[in-house]
Design a protein around this ligand. Structure first.
Ligand code: KG4
Ligand code: ZN
Length: 335
């Protein structure tokens, strides 16, 4: 048949995921989340690689069997080449090559950050070009000018920590378990965002810096705890709301500047932090005021997933962009 059927694999960080796409439609998106990292308060690369090694075949098996197509019907195998953890990427890349070799079909490398943006093309409504995508997660914070499915430009990004890291690190200072981002979100709903003031860091151009807030919160808490050892317990919702509001403000200042500078009418968010309810609310209010079209993907396509890898691979397949069998992963990878 002439169907385009792609198996896609994502293994760049701590989610092992596989997806089957047929003719541009993502049929499924199987994700195994690694829980081993919780007790360490962050992703441990060595453990992540091992967990991928354990989970990958079962996840792929489930994706293929639940798709209704057989492996012999596949047209290509896609994988995340980078950016990500080297040991984690190696597991996915090695499997993709061997599987494709055995099936005698081509392989397609995908840039993880480009895939986060293309998650917006899995479901309707799809954004029109050009648009701005704010990609925010535990590993990245980028403003991406998206000109077409495969033409994108990073116009601003963090110079140090990712915003998800800022959520997780400040949450840790508050005694919350990893990953603390979703917990800050939850407590923030009952707190006053103006209760405490944390500094808004402004970087030149459209760039970000999120390392300062961690230090600011650290010193603030140290001083307050000297006066009252129960300070955190008594003020948790207000602390969470104030930290979250500061991070959102920093994100939106540069987003507004980018929208204006490139004269854009459509804006999208991607990555794990785009699940944040405060960010969603603030951005939808801002979009309404500015008359922008706002695109927010389903939550399962916000966090790391193979559905977005499949989507990116589909556009590359249409353009005949295949990789050679000696391709290797890249921990750092530009668009
Ligand atoms: O995209 P993702 O699943 O993995 C990568 O880092 O690539 O993003 C995970 C990040 C973590 O830092 C987590 O704390 C953050 O997204 N996160 C949130 C929320 N849900 C996930 N941060 C704030 N509010 C949330 N609701
Ligand atoms: Zn990611």
């Amino acid at each position: 048949t002439n169907d385009i059927s792609i198996l896609a694999i994502e293994s760049s960080c701590d989610e092992t995921s596989a997806s089957i796409l047929v003719n541009g439609k993502v049929l499924n998106n199987i994700v195994a989340t690694q829980s081993v990292h919780e007790k360490y308060g962050g992703v441990v690369p060595e453990l992540a690689s091992r967990a991928h090694q354990e989970n990958l075949i079962p996840v792929i098996h489930e994706a293929i069997t639940s798709s209704g197509i057989s492996k012999e019907q596949l047209s290509a195998v896609a994988f995340t080449r980078g950016p990500g953890l080297m040991g984690s990427l190696l597991v996915g890349v090695s499997f993709a090559k061997s599987f494709a070799k055995a099936l005698e079909i081509p392989i397609i490398e995908v840039n993880h950050m480009q895939a986060h943006v293309l998650a917006h093309f899995i479901d309707d409504p799809k954004p029109e070009f050009p648009f701005l995508c704010l990609t925010v997660s535990g590993g990245h914070t980028q403003l991406v000018l998206v000109k077409s499915h495969l033409e994108m430009e990073v116009v601003g990004e963090t110079q140090d920590d990712a915003v998800g890291e800022a959520f997780d690190k400040t949450a840790k200072l508050l005694g919350l378990p990893y990953p603390g981002g979703p917990l800050i979100d939850r407590y923030a709903k009952e707190g006053n965002p103006k209760a405490f003031n944390f500094p808004v860091t402004r970087m030149p151009g459209l760039n970000y810096s999120f390392s300062g807030i961690k230090t600011a919160v650290l010193y603030f808490l140290r001083d307050q705890l000297q006066e009252d050892p129960q300070f955190i317990e008594k003020n948790l919702p207000d602390l969470c709301a104030s930290i979250q509001a500061t991070l959102i403000e920093m994100l939106l200042i540069k987003l507004k500047e980018a929208m204006k500078h490139y004269q854009l009418k459509s804006v999208a968010i991607a990555g794990g932090v785009s699940a944040n309810s405060g960010l969603r609310l603030a951005l939808s209010e801002l979009s309404r005021r500015k008359g922008w079209n706002l695109f927010v993907p389903k939550f399962e396509y916000c966090t790391d997933n193979a559905g977005m890898i499949a989507m990116a691979a589909y556009y590359k397949y249409l353009k005949g962009e295949f990789s050679s069998m000696d391709v290797t992963p890249l921990a750092k990878m530009k668009f």
